[in-house]
Design a protein around this ligand. Sequence first.
Ligand code: HEM
Length: 438
Amino acid sequence: MSVPVAPGRWPVLGHTPALLRRRFGFTEGLHTYGDVVRVHLGTLPMYFVTTPELTHRVLVTDSASFGKGAMFDKFRPFVGDGLVNSGGAFHLRQRRLVQPAFHHERIARYTGKMETAVARLSGSWRPGERREINEDMQALAVTIVGEALFGTEFGRTAIEEARRSIPVVIRHGMVRALSPAFVGPLLVRGNRQFDRAVRRMRAVVGTVIADWRATGVDRGDLLSMLLAARDSDGEPMTDQQVYDEVVTLLSAGIETSALALAWLFHEISRHADVERRVHEEIDQVLSGRPVTADDVPKLTYLQQVINETLRMYPIWILMRRTLRPVRLGGVGLPAGTEVTISPHALHHDPHTFRDPHRFDPDRWAPERVKDIPRGAFIPFGAGNRMCVGNAFAMTEMAVTVATIASRWRLAPVPDRPLRVKYTSTAYPARLSMTVVPR
Ligand code: HEM
């Protein structure tokens, strides 16, 4: 069966100009051409899967036939063979070593630290003050993930470095990833910044690991767990493997949560009814005391608001590569084919989500959720590569909103409109809000 090719292809550059220019608009429209659509990244053909059913097959049912795709190769200088990038038996081993650090009871232990970090930030706000909420959420996410990883005092330099380097790496990394191979070396300034950030991060995290090894004390943080972890043969991770996992967790766990939180505050400030319901629920569940791990499942409407935020503002694309010949939607793909999924496009497909550009947390009311097909809502991916920090992130977001919204209302600043930029997702490059006591 011949595969439809997306419109807007240039000689040599392929669809890269259209992808970089139209971004989400480009991928959102692909489902109108077919269930599998060919797009050319320069001269590299990629097969976009546009239906929930085929998405579920790629990520879950047939996941053994897929490895990570071309885009991940370009992040390798930074994250090495950490969980996001590795594959096969090595990925499984590493996943088993890292996963215990994200078990339910560990997350419950991090909840207190999360609450303290948010209370510290929001406690420093003054009534009527204007805040750049995107920056506040970024700083908060660095602190929360950094403290969970490294505890507090020892990891301070690594946390500060992560704050500087991670955004640089993600932004330049995405441009590199979407550019055809011959363009890569031409991105001189971006490449230099990327390389510098990688070097700085390597030096700082290397020092922290060496300090940990020297003292050998279990500080109850994630890094202590990674260093103490043993695989089924009793083998620990090497320093390089620990380094790769640490940098991977920092890269995967900071921007993602920070962006979701910034978008969430933006959306509730524009929907008075949603804001009122969020406030009422928080007041009723917390009765004025700090939020705890036990409260999080009781904040059910807030969970709906978080889900709706993750639906509207997810990662743009996920890439895979076939490890063996695969048939997808009647299309035969040989081994080594790049296969792409757009969570953003799936989350905005009007077949699944009516009026998809409307922020409507009631889509997630229990009686309506059952109508959403498998593979249609994948903010954390799915299957064996599903986000290992999923529960951590959901708790972090609930704790942050509950702590802030129990005291403050964040109001838009009319003369400072939101500025949006696009990388691996849409992010608010400027989100100014006034903090108003409730
Ligand atoms: C709202 C916040 C977050 C979102 C939307 C998110 C999203 C995702 C997605 C979509 C994937 C799958 C990528 C793929 O299939 O190719 C993923 C994987 C991953 N995420 Fe997250 N993530 C979030 C928070 C976190 C946090 C807080 C951490 C850790 C502190 C984390 C660590 C990871 C890791 C290590 C992987 C790779 C897992 C594997 O391949 O085994 N993420 N994330």
